[in-house]
Design a protein around this ligand. Sequence first.
Ligand SMILES: [Zn+2]
Ligand SMILES: [Zn+2]
Length: 775
Amino acid sequence: MNRQATEIRINGIVQGVGFRPFVYRLAVQNGLAGFITNNSKGVVIRVAGDASKIKSLIHSLKEEAPPLARIISLDQSDATLPDNITGFSILESEAGRVSSTHVSPDIATCRECSREILDAADRRHGYPFTNCTNCGPRYTIIRSLPYDRPTTTMHKFNMCPECLAEYRDPANRRFHAQPNACGICGPQLTWYDRDGTRLPADDPLAAAADAIANDKIIGIKGLGGFHLAANAFSVEAVAQLRQRKNRPCKPLAVMVKDLPTARKLCLVTHEAEKRLTSITSPVILLYKRPASGLADNLAPFIEELGVMLPYTPLHQLLFAQPETPVCLVMTSGNAAGEPLCRDNEEAIRRLSSFCDGFLMHNRDIHTRVDDSVVRIIADKPRFLRRSRGYAPAPVRLDFDIPPILAVGAELKNCFCLARSRDAFMSQHIGDLNNLSTLDFFEETLDRFKALLEIEPQYVAADLHPDYLSTRFALELGLPTVRIQHHWAHAASVMAEHGLSEALAIILDGTGFGPDRTVWGGEVLQCTLDNYRRLGRLSPLPLPGGDMAARHPWRMALAALHASGIRDSRAARHLENIPAKDRKFILDMIAKKLNTPLTSSCGRLFDAVSSLLGIRHVNTFEGQAAMELESRASAALGRRSLKDSGFFTELGEMQLFHLREGLQEVSTGLCIHSIISRMTAGGLSTNDLALFFHVFLVSAFGNMIMYLSKQSGIQTVVLSGGSSQNRILVEGFFDFFAKTDLKIFTNRQVPANDGGLALGQAVIGGTNVSSDSHAR
Ligand SMILES: [Zn+2]
Ligand SMILES: [Zn+2]
């Protein structure tokens, strides 16, 4: 016989996050009979009993779900339950399709696990692979769904009786914790020399700590890949690492022992502390304190330093070694431009020229995931890179789109696989200009398709014909939507905030325009169906095309030429550049040889950085712009941009004009204003750097005010690579604060090309489905 029951179906991140034991405890507390299982619909609960108790259970499901769970939908319906079921039980997962279930990202060690590994009385004392249902590896070890131990890279370890008892006890924190392990039954550390010879170290952690303390560089196998680690207080160790990685200036991220150490070395704001200690544990950019004792070649010429806390037990135990310095360089273990290393043998092969030793283990990494990087701007965290801790959690859309793949851009590539209201952004893939990164792209895409069970029917790609991502898209043989780069940037913000129409300020490096010129400092009026270019930076010559991006001094000459400035004092900082090189470039510009025009904002930053003598040659992408921002930030201090004085000074001037049917920010006036102030003397380089930022905010801000009056649109979106610049973003927030306009920026994906695929997916999805799918 059956009796009346209620079926509850839950969709979202509900596997591998302690959801089933949570439901078990609630059901038992409420005296309900029934079961819970995972199946094609996500999680299914069937319960019979007192109606008010069932109501109370549903209320608790919504209000008290475990920290990692994310309920996206919860439906209930009438059902029946056999009379002979009197207790509550957890049934094995039903194999088969789990198409609407999401995959949890990897999660930093929880407080309880941290306590256990440091507690001499605990059976997991000193065990580097400790985890529970609230923390530990997920996405990086899952081979297929449903998420159960046999489908993870933990399948080769058999749980000891004690671990198994925890795993089977619904009241235990490790109930159904798939990677559950201990020192008796789980993965183990090993220590290798640089040639891959396994060394008989009693304690691999002590060996690693000793090597680091002696200024050696070691490779550490972590959660989503290998890190290269070195003593962050040693100028020699950092210099050695830079030399071996051929990375002369690019800032290196560090991992610090704990929060108090972070505070000692850097300024940690309340918002930064929240993010540092969160379950996603990203790298956060923090302002360095003077005289911290850190090596001054960690992030030269930049005020900030990328800092993270230990996010696995392995990292924590390494810092617990007495020899280990309290701050370590922790940079991605890869050759420049290549994806992270994953396997032990691969690491030894590819990294032995960088490392003096390897701290390895035998838990396999199935999927590689880099560290995420976050910068706090206008008191809110913004992604510079969205990867570990976030991928593959979706960005929720407020309308349905058909199954679509958006392939992203060329640099900082991430792709997006979207279906109905979920846009799944991949982890950081990298620069798609070499074959190993393209392999990583394809491998990750295959995994996404399989794990999330999405078979795209459409593909969205950039207009640029030479992007490897575009070429890849065109070879798929699916209906393809080609989308202008800066429109996609704008749409990424619109998708995040549910906006249907906006005026967009896109401050970016370069993107392909439909007129086949190089766009990059754009004002667009957009919906997700269409866009119109209303304004731009007045174009500058781009001598040598892409080469100009590596040589800001070329842009400095281009800016002077375009502004009609012939005064030799204007170019006084360029005297270090050999005269014959300067002449060669000036000839190219005058004769328009291999010199397209560009409205790029990134190149204008380059030009100004070089004109002010800050940076003439970039050793990594965006260097000149970052150093220019750092100088402006030093001049601004804690003031708001509006209080800098330059705002009032520029308020009198007309900073944009109409030309060729477009509103143009007057680049020529900008350069003239900077040069005249520079040659007049009186202002420091830092002040001039600040002046340039104020000019851009005033010019674009006033242009938007004008266009808003004309169009009636009061929603503004800001995106593009240059809008990772804190001074610009906070300046625009200030500018619009006292107006009727509302400004929105990226919060869930990066403003740089790493967030582009989200915009492509929503534009593509909207344009292929305007007939069949409700918006
Ligand atoms: Zn835990
Ligand atoms: Zn065990």
